[in-house]
Design a protein around this ligand. Structure first.
Ligand code: BES
Ligand code: ZN
Length: 449
């Protein structure tokens, strides 16, 4: 029978002036063993140049990460996967025979294959099979609404009936189409916002818009290869819980950005946590994973999560995602979950934080590699400082803007949280609420930008 653990939590609030009682007497070895200079040096190395997924820059980072894991005694697995890189549509135009006050220049991030097409405009509602059955779409440009079925299905349906282009009315102003493979479809697709789309539809109904010329030249989609780096630290204590905890970060950056904070900071922290965990007694497996192609649509974490067996998914107790954890110019630490609910990861994070430096809030946000874990039912949370720094996704995201105190704090909080799971004196986490009472921590509606 395991003894009830985490008694030290009662001391969580005994932070006294001039000293932290918890840190001095109850902290795990992790707390004092983390060396922030190691994290800083990893970031300095990784951020020498951009790590755009699918480029040599990313590949060099992958080799560096593998080599650092190897120095710590880990064998790593490199998981390759393919994804689609798009060139943004900056200059695409869509001209109509009569403009009538509608501006239809597609916004950035709207993607389509490269082609100039011309044809008569036909309204096809949501382009469901039954809505277009029997319609002659040969050589036509269709006007389709969002909803019901996916954009990919709409495109496939109209292509089957001979359409040469699509104007897609998107009611969701946040839709960015980052996940799809629209650029590989044989016809150009231009998205328009709801107002412009409805105006166009009204004109079409009055039969004013008949001919449409869509000029989408210069667009490009290429299939590229990216990698995840996976290092596993199996349990070394018997009995083991059979459970797995994941610490993740993405090693890729956006093109043109050194990505010191996004996400060299998370990657460096994962490596340092791998160092301090390696010699600990553990009843739970830890997986340290750095993901590729996060910036193109979470491709690495999706590939990783898809590759897990049902048994592995069932044994995964949580994923701690570290993304942008060390900028001098960002806000304070917050834990975001996809659905805005607390889970075991945020419970542990808040409790550890309260012991180390004070309680931290949770909030709701996707936008990083915790999302695919959530989607497969694995509790996950994104640890990030918000609001984000002005250097986000820019060439100025450099080592000069990295804060060692912030890095150290996040590494300690996540390290302590994970240690509470792997420590053989704590029971397995499937019933963790039976013995573990998390601190109170607030929900905060904090926009990241
Ligand atoms: N690190 C960011 C996500 C982020 C941004 C978290 C701001 C918290 C605050 C991440 O690398 C990123 O840029 N993600 C993309 C989304 C992804 C699905 C392509 C983004 O947010 O645009
Ligand atoms: Zn990021």
């Amino acid at each position: 029978m395991k003894k009830p653990a985490l008694l030290s939590l009662v001391l969580a609030s005994s932070l006294i002036a001039g000293g932290n009682v918890w840190a001095e007497s109850n902290a795990s070895p992790i707390f004092s063993e983390i060396n922030v200079d190691n994290i800083y040096n990893h970031i300095a190395h990784l951020s020498k140049s951009p790590r755009d997924a699918g480029t040599q820059g990313e590949y060099n980072a992958v080799q560096y990460i593998k080599n650092e894991f190897a120095k710590l005694g880990y064998t790593t697995r490199t998981q390759s996967f393919s994804f689609y890189k798009y060139r943004m549509i900056d200059n695409a135009t869509l001209s109509l025979d009569k403009q009538e006050g509608i501006s239809l220049a597609p916004r950035k991030k709207e993607r389509s294959s490269s082609k100039e097409v011309q044809g008569e405009l036909v309204y096809v509602k949501k382009a469901k099979k039954n809505q277009i059955a029997g319609m002659d779409l040969k050589g036509k440009i269709v006007l389709a609404e969002s909803g019901g079925i996916s954009l990919d299905e709409k495109i496939d349906n109209v292509v089957e009936q001979g359409a040469v282009g699509m104007i897609y009315i998107s009611t969701d102003s946040k839709e960015t189409l980052v996940d799809g493979e629209h650029a590989l479809k044989p016809i150009p697709v231009v998205r328009v916002g709801n107002n412009d789309g409805q105006a166009l539809l009204a004109q079409w109904k009055e039969k004013k818009q008949k001919q449409v010329v869509a000029n989408l030249e210069g667009l490009l989609a290429v299939r590229a290869t990216s990698y995840n780096v996976i290092a596993s630290l199996p349990a070394n204590h018997s009995p083991s819980t059979g459970e797995i905890v994941v610490i993740g970060a993405h090693h890729d950056s956006v093109a043109g950005s050194p990505g010191a904070n996004d996400d060299g900071s998370g990657t460096g922290t994962v490596l340092e946590l791998a160092r301090v965990m390696a010699n600990k007694t553990r009843d739970t497996e830890i997986r340290f994973v750095t993901f590729g192609a996060e910036e193109y649509g979470l491709y690495g974490s999706k590939a990783y999560v898809n590759s897990l067996s049902t048994s592995e998914v069932g044994r995964m107790v949580g994923e701690f995602q570290l993304d942008m954890v060390g900028s001098k110019n960002s806000g304070t630490l917050i834990m975001y979950t996809v659905d805005g609910s607390k889970n075991v990861v945020t419970d542990l994070g808040a409790t550890s934080a309260s012991q180390i430096s004070g309680v931290i809030p949770y909030g709701q946000l996707g936008r990083s590699d915790h999302v695919p874990f959530y989607q497969r039912g694995i509790p996950s949370a994104l640890f990030v400082h918000a609001p984000v720094e002005p250097e986000y996704h820019s060439p100025q995201d450099t080592i000069e803007n990295i804060s060692k105190p912030k890095l150290l704090n996040v590494a300690q909080i996540v390290g302590e949280s994970v240690y509470k799971i792997i420590d053989p004196s704590t029971p397995s986490f499937d019933n963790y609420r039976d013995f573990f009472t998390p601190v109170d921590y607030p929900f905060e509606n904090r926009p990241p930008q």
